[in-house]
Design a protein around this ligand. Structure first.
Ligand code: ATP
Length: 235
């Protein structure tokens, strides 16, 4: 279980997260919604060690991780799949995937995870020796998720996997996220597309300028009139 307790983060003088408390129970998909600049990516960065909170604590299975390094956090089973995919365009699909296992200690499971990734994303199998930069946007997103899975996560942090993708590709990716979750991986999903995120998540938090303003089971949040008006275009 991941737990953020009153976490606050800033960039210089800019306060990006203020007293954020949230949980991702084992085996669940939790989504973090909000407009541009609300602080969603910042929350993921705080969890994966890219940014250290100046206040509050982050617990992972009872251990405090807010001052741990990115590498230590990956080794404890939390893997961040960043916004904008950040694949290496000059490297092949295979090389990109191999990079995902860099921090692993349990190398015996790497081969199994590699086969699992190719099962989730058969399109990557057909393109293993093609450079990452020649893939379509949807395929690059699949590669980014595949690379994260090569780190052997127990918790996957996904930042806007739908960004810039056609609705049909987005649907395909969401279906795979659900399958990954059913295999036992918890997911913290950051999305601007609230409709999509609420359709796969168990629980949702809504951030507005660094504060959590609404939280609840996805079904409840979906029926909240404020959410319908502001995030689901039903006003
Ligand atoms: P988006 O959906 O646009 O990615 P977000 O909800 O993920 O938005 P963040 O990227 O977490 O939002 O940004 C939260 C706030 O922190 C914003 O005001 C942003 O301008 C600021 N911010 C983010 N990164 C930096 C940085 N490296 N330096 C300074 N300010 C930053």
């Amino acid at each position: 279980m991941l737990k953020l307790n009153n976490v606050s983060c800033k960039y210089g003088a800019v306060l990006a997260l203020s007293n954020v408390s949230m949980e991702v129970p084992d085996g669940k998909i939790v989504t973090l919604l909000g407009a541009n600049g609300a602080g969603k990516s910042t929350a993921l960065k705080a969890v994966s060690g890219l940014l250290q909170p100046f206040r509050g604590s982050i617990d992972w299975n009872g251990q405090k991780i807010e001052t741990a390094s990115c590498k230590q956090i990956v080794q404890q089973g939390i893997v961040h799949c960043p916004e904008g995919r950040q694949i290496f365009p000059e490297l092949t699909v295979l090389e990109n995937l191999k990079l995902g296992r860099y921090a692993r200690r349990d190398t015996k499971d790497v081969k199994r995870d590699f086969e699992q990734v190719l099962e989730y994303f058969p399109r990557l199998r057909d393109r293993l020796h093609q450079s990452g930069g020649t893939l379509s946007g949807g395929e690059q997103q699949m590669l980014a998720i595949g690379r994260a899975l090569m780190g052997g996560p127990k918790l996957l942090l996904l930042d806007e996997p739908s960004l810039g993708l056609a609705p049909i590709v987005t649907k395909e990716i969401m279906k795979i996220i659900k399958t990954i979750n059913q295999s036992g991986v918890s997911v913290l999903l950051v999305e601007q597309n609230a409709r999509l995120a609420l359709s796969v998540a168990d629980y949702a938090y809504v951030l507005e300028v660094g504060h959590i303003v609404i939280e609840g089971p996805s079904e409840t949040v979906k029926n909240n009139s404020q959410i319908q008006e502001l995030y689901l275009g039903m006003g």
